[in-house]
Design a protein around this ligand. Structure first.
Ligand code: DGT
Ligand code: CA
Ligand code: CA
Ligand code: ZN
Length: 585
């Protein structure tokens, strides 16, 4: 147990003791001990084993000294355990809400029986808090406001918003504290879940305090919720909670593993470990027989200790990943570097912001072998869709851009699937195009029967390469259309139509579970960014991650094909082109 862990225990002891209603000097003594221990340069563990008199340390009297000895030698502290067991469960959790001090947390836990923030919220909404003495309507409202400010509208933030925030925080902390060694985001963000409850950041450094301080003083921080010696929680603009933890290098593997979760994955992994006589926690792996705690500097060695390969974070959902990994069957999941092209790209010829030249330049710089320019069809008269005349004109422009461009440029269109299932360009026009992405953009409220038939009808068109953003959802803004996904995927397999994984983080459409099913049915998947500006091709990483969550390997994804094979795929008539996709012809 290192000094910071000991300090943490005293920090919590102070809170518990205050809740219990202990005399103030006792509470202060624990707080002071926590701070002193954190600053200490000598290791308390070593000091105890060398029988150094701890009372020589400023702020450490005989009571604190014996508590430290107890903690270091037994790993436990009776006073702490006793206090924690006397107090209602969850009181420390409730204090994560700003404005909730120890007294209120106790009151809420005992009088309202709430042990989680959610339970507290429902109790307040039911008017049970304002009914308590010394509380009242105003306090209740304030607490509710604080709970809400901890969350965004529906309680979760789309990954497209959360990820850049996390990345910029990490970059700022690294810049402010050159002492930072490892630092990365964990939790749902590292698993690339489509929405994020809060941002968890883990790191290692010789000295945690400057990093904790640096986070608190970032301009985007609205509120500091908790500030301990090794961890802190803050709220950053626009109301997203960030939890930061710093440990020593040799514990990082266990830490990042624990806080990457998912909780369900960790529960399963713990069961798996116990069967092997091992117990897991955020500090390491304990051999049950001897009580020895083994530490792990990285996740590979952590999983390795359990005779498992490193399980990719994207599939740590407590589903079947442990069975697969323990059988030695963990597949190589698709990576960003496997992607060879982007086949849904707009320019300022329709509703894009940037020119064809700029979009092509950006994609070529990524090292892609091919791309498809797919501006909108004219149909709705919105999005500045291209008339047949302009579409043909665009082709000649693209031919010119192709000169001297190292990347193959396919001419395509994102053609609208009309309400009746017909397409927005006649077949002879579609036949002139290399790539046709067919998408639904209007009449989104149709019944499931109508919508399913409408999309399947488009799949039967021999020129339709893929269905674009198949469910039409916008994360947190617009629900998916009603449609029978199983029927759509089956029809895609039957007709040889690809299904798009739209990588825009506001769409992620198809989503992970659909991707799994599509893969099982042999439906070709195609990961596109639907870019409308030169910064958007960057979104490919979201598409790849969501495909990894669906256990995609490169051979499940069309645009991992080298150019020649992709061209062979396009030039083979549907549905026989599936044989090219399957590597059979
Ligand atoms: P979120 O923030 O709701 O999007 O989801 P997560 O997965 O990021 O959850 P979070 O931030 O509460 O905790 C991060 C990880 O830490 C979580 O995936 C697993 C681990 N963890 C946290 N609390 C517990 C716990 O009480 N039990 C277990 N087994 N794991 C926990
Ligand atoms: Ca989280
Ligand atoms: Ca968290
Ligand atoms: Zn579209």
């Amino acid at each position: 147990m290192d000094n910071s862990e000991i300090a943490q225990v005293f920090e919590e002891l102070a809170i518990l003791s205050e809740m219990k209603g202990d005399v103030v000097f006792k509470v202060r003594a624990y707080q002071r001990a926590a701070r002193t221990i954190e600053q200490l340069s000598l290791s308390l563990e070593k000091a105890v084993s060398d029988e150094v008199d701890l009372k020589t340390i400023p702020g450490v009297g005989s009571a604190i000294s014996s508590k430290i000895k107890e903690l270091v030698t037994t790993g436990k502290m009776e006073t702490y355990e006793k206090l924690a067991s006397e107090l209602p469960p969850g009181v420390l959790t409730l204090m994560n809400v700003p404005g909730i001090g120890p007294k209120t947390a106790m009151l809420v836990a005992t009088e309202l029986g709430a042990s989680t923030v959610e339970e507290m919220e429902s109790a307040i909404l039911a008017g049970r808090l304002s009914a308590l003495p010394r509380m009242g309507e105003k306090t209740a409202e304030n607490i509710l406001r604080h709970i809400r400010s901890l969350r965004s509208k529906d309680g979760r933030t789309p990954i497209g918003q959360a990820l850049p925030i996390a990345e910029s925080i990490i970059a700022s902390l690294r810049e402010a504290c050159p002492d930072v060694r490892e630092m990365e985001y964990a939790g749902s963000l590292r698993r690339w879940q489509e929405t994020i409850g809060d941002i968890d950041i883990m790191g290692t450094a010789h000295d945690a305090q400057p990093i904790i301080d640096a986070l608190a003083s970032l301009p985007s921080v609205q509120q500091v919720l908790v500030k301990g010696p090794k961890k802190t929680s803050v709220v950053v603009h626009p109301g997203i909670q960030v939890d930061l933890r710093i440990v020593d290098d040799d514990s990082y593997g266990a830490l990042i593993q624990y806080f990457t979760g998912s909780q369900q994955h960790n529960v399963r992994l713990r069961e798996y470990a116990v069967q092997r006589g091992l117990s897991l926690n955020e500090y390491g792996i304990t051999v049950l027989e001897t009580g020895t705690l083994e530490k792990f500097a990285d996740e590979t060695s952590f999983y390795g200790r359990l005779d498992l390969p490193l399980i990719p974070p994207e599939v740590r959902e407590g589903m079947w990943e442990l069975d697969i990994a323990s059988r030695g069957d963990m597949p190589y999941l698709l990576e960003l570097s496997d992607i060879r092209g982007d086949l849904h790209v707009h320019s300022n010829w329709s509703d894009g912001r940037d020119s064809i030249e700029d979009m092509v330049g950006t994609l070529a710089a990524k090292g892609y072998q091919y791309m498809a320019l797919t501006d909108h069809s004219a149909g709705l008269g919105v999005a500045n869709g291209l008339s047949i005349e302009r579409l043909r004109q665009q082709r000649t422009v693209l031919d010119t851009v192709q000169q001297g461009c190292p990347m193959k440029l396919f001419h395509g269109s994102e053609v609208d699937i009309r309400a009746d299932g017909s397409l927005d360009y006649p077949d002879d026009m579609l036949a002139e195009l290399d790539v046709v992405i067919a998408s639904v953009h209007s009449g989104l409220g149709q019944s499931s029967e109508k919508m399913t038939a409408r999309i399947i009808n488009a799949m039967h068109n021999p020129h339709v390469t893929a269905i674009g953003h198949p469910t039409g959802r916008l994360l947190g803004t617009r629900d998916a259309v009603e449609a029978d996904m199983e029927a759509l995927l089956q029809a895609a397999a039957d007709t040889g139509t690809a299904m798009e994984v739209n990588a825009s983080p506001w769409r992620l459409d198809l989503k992970d579970t659909h991707i799994t099913r599509a893969r099982e049915l042999g439906v070709p998947l195609i990961i596109n960014t639907d870019s409308h500006a030169t910064e958007e091709p960057e979104a490919m990483r979201f598409g790849v991650a969501i495909a990894r969550r669906g256990w995609c390997e490169p051979h499940h994804v069309l645009n991992t094909m080298p150019l020649e094979r992709f061209q062979a795929f396009l030039s083979t008539p549907k549905p026989q082109r599936l044989r090219v996709f399957a590597g059979l012809g």
